[in-house]
Design a protein around this ligand. Structure first.
Ligand code: NAP
Length: 313
């Protein structure tokens, strides 16, 4: 049986491909995706948002009589302290209560609340239109992107950008909060494992039970900072490898400079550079995914990550 797959964000860091259509926004990207055997479709998703995708998929499903699927990419932030998620215990991605937990979450950050709402809307609308939905969650992803587009990630990049601008590595959290991590290859293999299972016609947990965190485990932010600070000091990007707290009101000038370096509102600096997330990956292993890299690998890879980011910034 043949399937059609539409991938959005194909030019991004996490973009993957198969037998597919790829959403692009420029002629150059269209040429690039053709080299991967994909047919480019050019449009802007701000115009055709998730709800429209799902509604249209629902029509495809009822006309063809075949199962249709929608895989939404979210992020671990949506399951963290920043998003009002519980952090006093491991939050398992196969917890049958996760949908209700997400429904009850309240975030003081509008953008994060919108991302929480997006997950809930995808699940609800998909259910309504007979579409099977999956919420795929990357976390701190590291390693070189293998696609034709963006080669570098998000959170490790924010650490380097802030350090470069301030010539020092600052931490913005009290205590020792941790966050799940994942090598880009493992992130991709979970995505592909989900696709493989769906295409094989298997009844993969979906809808309210369809959350998939791509992570081999968590690390403490400060350990990541320390490893990256050593790599940054070695390259004279920062004066020395010490990680300095920037937490209170007396540090507001420092936080203002970090804000400027990251190009985000001041209250979003801790969202970009820290926070606590106890989201824990179980679902992936249940569908046969086995990550290759343990969480500590990000610390060993910090030197290469810094090199990669500095080369691509
Ligand atoms: N990388 C991580 O560590 C990480 C962690 C957690 C969650 N995530 C989430 O995963 C998703 C993908 O991340 P990424 O690292 O691959 O991001 P990225 O490198 O910035 O790529 C974003 C992709 O989305 C496309 N895009 C953005 N706005 C669009 C629009 N309005 N219409 C059509 N296409 C649009 C971009 O196309 P152009 O090339 O044309 O701009 C690009 O292909 C994001 O939602 C991100 O928040 C990523």
């Amino acid at each position: 049986m043949s399937y059609n797959i539409l991938i959005t964000g194909a030019s991004g860091y996490l973009g993957v491909y198969g037998n597919l259509y790829a959403l692009v926004r420029t002629e150059a990207q269209a040429d690039s995706v053709k080299q991967y055997g994909a047919k480019p479709l050019t449009f802007d998703t701000r115009i055709a948002a998730e709800v429209n995708f799902i509604k249209t998929l629902g029509e495809v499903g009822s006309r063809s009589g075949r199962a249709v699927h929608f895989l939404h990419t979210t992020g671990a932030k949506v399951f963290s302290s920043h998003a009002g998620a519980p952090t006093d215990r491991p939050l398992l991605d196969n917890d049958p209560e996760l949908y209700n937990i997400q429904k009850s979450q309240r975030s003081s950050h509008t953008r994060i609340q919108e991302a929480v709402n997006a997950n809930n809307i995808v699940i609800k609308e998909a259910e309504k239109h007979g579409v099977r939905s999956y919420i795929f969650s990357p976390c701190i992803v590291y390693g070189e992107g293998e696609g034709f587009g963006n080669k570098i990630s998000i959170q490790t990049v924010a650490i380097v950008k802030a350090a470069k601008a301030l010539q020092r590595v600052y931490k913005v959290d009290q205590g020792e909060p941790s966050w799940p991590v994942c090598h880009i290859v493992d992130n991709t293999t979970l995505y592909l494992q989900l696709l493989r299972k769906i295409l094989a016609g298997e009844d993969v947990p979906h809808g309210k039970n369809g959350y998939y965190l791509a992570s081999s485990g968590s690390i403490v932010w400060e350990e990541l900072y320390t490893a990256m600070a050593a790599a940054l000091a070695k390259r004279n990007v920062v004066g020395d490898a010490t990680v300095v707290p920037a937490l209170g009101d007396e540090d507001s000038q420092i936080l203002e400079r970090i804000r400027a370096a990251l190009g985000c509102p001041k209250e979003f600096v801790p969202v970009q550079l820290g926070g606590k997330c106890t989201f824990t990956a179980v679902h992936g292993k249940e569908i046969g995914w086995e990550p290759e890299f343990p969480p500590e690998h990000i610390l060993e890879a910090a030197d290469a990550e810094v090199e990669l980011i500095l080369k691509n910034l």
